[in-house]
Design a protein around this ligand. Structure first.
Ligand code: WTA
Length: 636
């Protein structure tokens, strides 16, 4: 890439980085404007063509049905199964013997799966699930560390038409219990443990406690990873390996034909209020959308080794570790552990060893590795890399430049992809041909009509901050909130009617580049992980010493944001350092270590509106020493 500073070309004051002729020559898409215009003018034509690149058991009657907006339907009348496109169709080609998955364990063990082997494992496990009574429409909860079995379990569910609900392995007891409860899962898949920073994460203990709180689980399948002694309840808990060696685990299993709009998975995510919501994605639209976005944005080719360093427990992993790389017939690399274990060169060493060509990660990981200096990456040959990517939060220009210079050696464009659990795949993102401005996710993807608007839904002038909205539907969009269509309407469509509200604020510059600023609601992105203030607060008040709590996010150098909590104790309880630590541990136990507040401040009261809502905005302004803004609704 060449760097041509363009001076003050826009309000955001940024250098522009142009892709090199070699990168442009290799790209799937060579021109943006014409195709983008066409995709908005004729979305059904555009998406219909993309869908035709994949296999269907029965073709759709209509690409988009918007008669019941905002409950949009895509590829109506079509029949397919995402697993048919992710695995089955490749078995008829040379890809049968190609590596689908390369997995590296933290202690140094390695496992690889060809498409043939992946199919064998998925089919066997699909038969195991069937033998446990799992059928089309059921929801299976998966609570695993980053292991191949996580991918296998997700695909096995989809293959037989069951939906999966994957709970991130870093979540803890209450987070898992409430997700099991909402999905009413009868089957839970977990592991004896996982390796992280040289230590065992005791997943089965957490699962046992969650199952005790939510007795809906009748069968718990346990993957053996760490090998330590764990409690196994007779009649409920079974070892994965034992089940896979039984005759019922036949390697032949038909892939269930599904309606395009049948549920593929639910994934719980944090919203503005209350409990996490189950975002629903489907077989047809999600399949077409993730396939197309990965193909165009990361320019996936057969010879690529793609590494999305997220966790399959979050949307990034669902879409870009599991489904879209397989649909594209790529080789996906997956790593179990921490980037710095045993040394901060772990990632760079693996890029060299496995010849990774594309690395996709989060700004927080880049910042975390950057602080160990250039010597660690410089000890390795990173010449196999051709593209880089980031996701999860705005990337600060300093981290962008380090990633670009030290990791990408100024050769590799950085795809800063803005999207959400709800959107299924990338929404605002560069293509390899796009001139880049560090810190901007650049322009919308094909078929995506985004804008920045004011309170009345009117577009704001370039450079002004406003609400980021999406004006037309797209195939990868969530279909509803599981069991709660009202909340779906309320959360995404109540403010601007026909425009999808993202919950983010943003600016557009004069070139139409979008600069995402951050969440406008009570969602906090901690190290790129999405958490809700409400969940942290409910974890805090579940402790007997706590009467009320408020959580806010404040800027943090490495994590992007960190959680800070304000706590009112019950009468007679004294605040102390020790109690603050106890409460932090309590949140980690209930929600997960990522939700542990950075600080806990004991207070006598919390600023509230007259209707009793905590004014977190005010707490934040006070903590940052900023003006308090409009306090007219404050209860005096
Ligand atoms: C934020 C993750 C700036 C944003 C895929 C969004 C980003 C939320 C970017 C969704 C980016 C994601 N630049 N902000 N490139 N990507 N975000 O559901 O606030 O975990 O609303 O999905 O992450 O988080 P979620």
């Amino acid at each position: 890439m060449t760097n041509k500073p363009v001076g003050s070309n826009n309000q955001m004051e940024s250098d522009v980085y142009y892709p090199s002729p070699e990168v442009v020559a290799a790209a799937h898409v060579k021109e943006y404007e014409t195709l983008y215009k066409r995709s908005l003018e004729d979305p059904e034509g555009f998406w219909g063509e993309r869908a035709e690149e994949l296999e269907w058991f029965q073709k759709w009657d209509k690409v988009l049905d918007d008669s019941d907006a905002p409950f949009f339907k895509w590829f109506v009348g079509g029949k397919t199964n995402i697993v048919h496109n992710a695995i089955d169709r490749h078995l008829k080609t040379y890809r049968k013997n190609k590596l689908a998955l390369i997995w590296a364990g933290e202690p140094g063990d390695v496992r690889t799966f060809s498409y043939f082997a992946l199919n064998r494992n998925v089919s066997k496990f699909a038969n195991v699930l069937k033998s446990m009574g799992v059928k089309k429409g059921d929801i299976v909860t998966i609570y695993l560390p980053r292991l191949p079995e996580q991918v296998i379990a997700m695909l096995a569910c989809a293959k037989i038409g069951a939906a999966h609900s994957v709970v991130y392995g870093g979540f803890s007891v209450e987070a898992l219990a409430e997700r099991i409860e909402d999905a009413q899962s009868r089957v839970l898949i977990t592991a004896d443990g996982g390796w992280l920073r040289g230590k065992i994460v005791h997943l089965k203990d957490i699962a046992d406690e969650a199952m005790a709180r939510q007795p809906t689980v009748e069968t718990c399948i346990v993957v053996r990873r760490t090998g330590q002694e764990i409690y196994m309840e007779a009649g409920r808990d079974y070892w994965y390996d034992d089940l896979m060696s039984l005759p019922i685990a036949s390697p032949i299993c038909e892939t269930e034909p599904m309606d395009a709009e049948d549920m593929l998975f639910i994934l719980y995510t944090s919203g503005t209020t209350g409990r996490p919501k189950g975002v629903v994605h489907t077989h047809g639209g999600y399949m077409v959308y993730t396939y197309t976005t990965l193909k165009y944005v990361f320019d996936i080719k057969d010879e690529d080794r793609w590494w999305c360093a997220a966790d399959p427990g979050w949307i990034t992993g669902h879409s870009y570790i599991v489904y879209s790389p397989l649909i594209n017939g790529a080789t996906s690399f997956m790593y179990e552990g921490a980037p710095t274990h045993p040394y901060p060169n772990r990632w760079w060493q693996m890029i060299e060893k496995y010849g990774i060509t594309i690395l996709y990660t989060a700004p927080t990981a880049i910042r975390g590795l950057m602080r160990f200096g250039d010597a660690w990456p410089n000890r390795h040959n990173l010449g196999s890399l051709r593209l880089l990517g980031t996701v999860g939060e705005p990337i600060n220009p300093e981290a962008w430049k380090w990633y670009h210079t030290v990791i990408g050696k100024e050769r590799c464009p950085i795809m800063d992809t803005w999207w959400q659990t709800e959107t299924g795949g990338f929404m605002i993102t560069p293509l390899p041909i796009t001139p880049l401005k560090p810190g901007s996710a650049t322009r919308p993807f094909f078929g995506i009509d985004v804008d920045v608007v004011n309170d009345d839904g009117q577009p704001v002038p370039p450079g002004e901050e406003g609400y980021l909205v999406v004006k037309t539907p797209w195939p990868g969009m969530l279909r509803t909130i599981y069991k709660d269509p009202d909340r779906y309407r309320e959360q995404y469509w109540s403010k601007f009617g026909t425009m999808y509200q993202t919950g983010d604020s943003a600016r557009k510059d004069e070139d139409g580049y979008v600069w995402v600023i951050g969440r406008m609601d009570d969602v906090i992105k901690v190290s790129g992980y999405r958490l809700g203030t409400a969940e942290v607060e409910s974890a805090l008040v579940s402790h007997p010493d706590v009467s009320e709590a408020a959580a806010i996010g404040l800027p943090h150098e490495l994590k992007g944001n960190a959680i800070h909590a304000y706590v009112i104790l019950r009468a007679g309880v004294e605040g102390s350092e020790k109690l603050a630590e106890t409460l932090r541990q309590h949140v980690a136990h209930e929600m997960g270590p990522i939700a542990k507040p950075e600080t806990i401040t004991f207070v006598d009261g919390l600023p509230k509106t007259r209707s009793g809502k905590i004014m977190r905005r005010l707490l934040k302004a006070r903590a940052l020493g900023l003006p308090e803004g409009d306090t007219s609704t404050l209860e005096q």
